[in-house]
Design a protein around this ligand. Structure first.
Ligand code: NAD
Length: 489
C-alpha cells in the first residue's frame, strides 16, 4: 500500500521498539530508550530501546555462540536465505520507503530508489555466496600440494550511518551473512527504524538466532569500544565520518581486528570545455543533489573550465531553482530536509563562511521551514581555496563552483585534498577522460556519469576516505580469510 505521513506513522507504531538479540526482541537491560525524530518538523516519531553495554555483550555472546554453526551452513543455504530476504524487501517496498522518508527525510521517490538499491545488495551477495572458490596447485619446489579455501572471519560489528538507512545496512549484512559471519549491527541513532523492519524480516525468514543482532544505542562510542575489546569479535565494518573511522582504526589496532572503513569524501566534479553540457548538468544534479547532498560520494567541489563556467553555472542555477524542497510525502517534493539540527548548522556555517570570504551566492543560501531542517538548494561561484567548504565535506545541497584553465591545473586541484572517495569527469575526449580518471586519487570515478553507486561495483575510497571495498566482485572478501593447507603427497 502507498503511504501518506499518517499511515507511515501507524507503521512506526506497529514496529518492534526493542533490541533484537539471540533471535528475540527485548527491552534494554536498563529500561532506557531514546527518541527518533522526524527531520521535517523535529517531532518525536517513537522511542526505541537504548542498548546498554550488558546488552551489547549479550549480542556478541549470541553472535559468537552461533558463529561455528552459521559458518558451517552450506553457501547455497545462505544464498537462498539472502535471496528470499531480497524478495521480501521488494514486496514491502512501500513500507521501507515510508520508514526511510519518515526518519531520514528524503522524498518518497528517492526512498523507493534506496529500497531497490538496498535490496539489490542482498541479491548480489546471495549470488556471491554460491560462488565461493578455492584452489589446488602443486608446490613449486616440492611434492606436496598447496590448497586454499575461504573461511569466515567471524563475528562482526557493523556500524551504519543515517544517510542510507537500508542500503548501508544491507551492504554490510549481505556480505557478512553470505561469507558465513554472524553480526552485531548498530544503526545510527537518527535512523534505527528501517533496520528494525529489516531485522523483523530476517526473523520472519527464520534466520537462525544469533546470526543478526540489532543494538541501537545513544552511546556508540562506549558500545563499540566494549565490543572491540572483546576477543570474540573478529571484525568491524564502519561507514561514517573520517574522525570516527580513525578512532575505530586505533581501537582495532589493539586487537589487530579486521576492518572495513567507508569514510568521508570531498568529491571533485570536473567539467572540461568539450563536455556535453546537458549531460554534465544532469550528472551534476545526481552527484550533488541525490539525498539532498547527504552522501559520501556527493560532488563537493565543481571544477569547471573557465570558457564554459558561466554557461554551466547558469544552467545549474536554473535546475536548482526548479527543485522543490519540502515534505518527503508530498509527491511534488524533490529535496527533503537535512537530517538534524547539527547538520543544518554545519551547512549554514559553511555557506556563511564562503560568502564572508568572497564567494558569490548565485541562488539559495538560507534555511527555511520552521522547526524542520531545510536548507535551500544553493549555488556558489568564485569560491576561494581558503573557504572551509573547499576542503571540508559539505553533506548538504550546496554546489561550490571554481574554474580552471588546463588539465594539469584541474588534476592538481582535484587531488589537493586528504580525501579520495569518488570523483567525476566530463569530457568528450575519451583519451583525456581515461588519462584523467586514472590519475584522479579516488577509489571511484564517474566518467561522463554522475552516479557510481552500484552493488556490482567495488565501492570504497583511498587516502582518508577509507579502506576496503563494499559490493562488487571483492565485497564478500572483506568477511573472508584465505586459509592455506600444505598437503603432503
Ligand atoms: P558519525 O561518523 O559520527 O556517525 C556514523 C555512525 O557512527 C553512527 O552509527 C554513529 O552512531 C556511530 N558513531 C559515532 N561515534 C562513534 C564512536 N566513537 N565509535 C563508534 N561508533 C560511533 O557521523 P555523523 O555525526 O552522523 O555525521 C557527521 C559527518 O560525518 C557528516 O557531516 C558527514 O560528513 C559524515 N558522514 C559520512 C557518511 C558516509 O556515508 N561516509 C555517513 C554519515 C556521515
Amino acid at each position: 500500500m502507498f503511504h501518506d505521513r499518517n499511515s507511515a506513522r501507524e507503521l512506526v507504531a506497529a514496529l518492534p521498539r526493542g533490541l533484537y538479540i539471540d533471535g528475540a526482541w527485548r527491552e534494554s537491560s536498563t529500561g532506557a530508550s531514546f527518541p527518533v525524530h522526524d527531520p521535517a518538523d523535529a517531532t518525536v516519531l517513537t522511542e526505541v530501546a537504548d542498548a546498554s553495554l550488558d546488552d551489547a555483550m549479550d549480542a556478541l555472546t549470541a553472535a559468537h555462540a552461533t558463529q561455528d554453526a552459521w559458518g558451517a551452513t552450506t553457501s547455497r543455504f545462505r544464498a537462498e536465505l539472502l535471496r528470499r530476504a531480497f524478495g521480501r524487501i521488494i514486496e514491502r517496498t512501500e513500507d521501507f520507503a515510508a520508514l526511510i522518508s519518515l526518519e531520514m527525510g528524503k522524498p518518497l521517490a528517492e526512498a523507493r530508489g534506496e529500497v531497490a538499491y538496498g535490496a539489490e545488495f542482498l541479491r548480489w551477495f546471495s549470488e556471491q555466496a554460491a560462488h565461493l572458490t578455492g584452489s589446488y596447485a602443486p608446490a613449486p619446489n616440492g611434492g606436496y600440494r598447496i590448497v586454499t579455501t575461504k573461511v569466515p572471519v567471524g563475528p562482526s560489528l557493523l556500524i551504519t550511518p543515517w544517510n542510507f538507512p537500508l542500503a548501508m545496512a544491507t551492504r554490510k549484512i549481505g556480505a557478512a551473512l553470505a561469507a558465513g559471519c554472524t553480526c552485531v549491527v548498530k544503526p545510527a541513532p537518527q535512523t534505527p527504524l528501517t533496520l528494525a523492519l529489516l531485522t523483523q524480516i530476517f526473523h520472519e525468514l527464520e534466520v537462525p538466532a544469533g546470526v543478526v543482532n540489532y543494538v541501537p544505542t545513544l552511546d556508540a562510542a562506549a558500545l563499540s569500544l566494549a565490543l572491540m575489546s572483546d576477543a570474540r569479535l573478529r571484525k568491524v565494518s564502519f561507514t561514517g565520518s573520517t574522525g570516527v573511522g580513525s578512532i575505530l582504526l586505533r581501537q582495532a589496532a589493539d586487537r589487530v581486528l579486521r576492518t572495513s572503513m567507508e569514510l568521508g569524501g570531498n568529491g571533485p566534479f570536473v567539467v572540461f570545455d568539450d563536455a556535453d553540457l546537458d549531460a554534465a548538468v544532469d550528472g551534476a544534479m545526481l552527484a550533488k543533489m541525490r539525498n539532498a547532498g547527504e552522501s559520501c560520494v556527493a560532488a563537493n567541489r565543481f571544477l569547471v573550465h573557465s570558457d564554459i563556467a558561466e554557461e554551466f553555472t547558469v544552467r545549474l542555477v536554473r535546475r536548482f531553482e526548479g527543485l522543490v524542497a519540502g515534505d518527503a510525502f508530498d509527491p511534488a517534493s524533490t529535496v527533503g530536509p537535512l537530517i538534524d539540527e547539527a547538520q543544518l548548522a554545519k551547512v549554514t556555517d559553511l555557506v556563511d563562511d564562503a560568502v564572508a570570504q568572497g564567494a558569490r551566492l548565485r541562488t539559495g543560501g538560507k534555511t527555511f521551514g520552521g522547526d524542520g531542517h531545510f536548507f535551500q538548494p544553493t549555488v556558489l561561484t568564485d569560491v576561494p581555496d581558503t573557504a572551509r567548504l573547499a576542503y571540508e565535506e559539505i553533506f548538504g545541497p550546496v554546489a561550490a563552483i571554481t574554474t580552471f584553465d588546463t588539465e594539469e591545473q584541474a588534476l592538481a586541484r582535484a587531488n589537493d585534498t586528504e580525501y579520495g572517495l569518488a570523483g567525476y569527469v566530463y569530457t568528450r575526449d575519451i583519451s583525456r577522460a581515461l588519462r584523467f580518471a586514472e590519475r584522479l586519487e579516488t577509489g571511484m570515478v564517474g566518467v561522463n556519469r554522475g552516479l557510481v553507486s552500484d552493488p556490482g561495483g567495488p565501492f570504497g575510497g583511498v587516502k582518508a576516505s577509507g579502506q576496503g571495498r563494499e559490493g562488487g566482485a571483492t565485497g564478500i572478501e572483506e568477511y573472508l580469510e584465505t586459509k592455506y593447507l600444505a598437503v603432503e603427497m
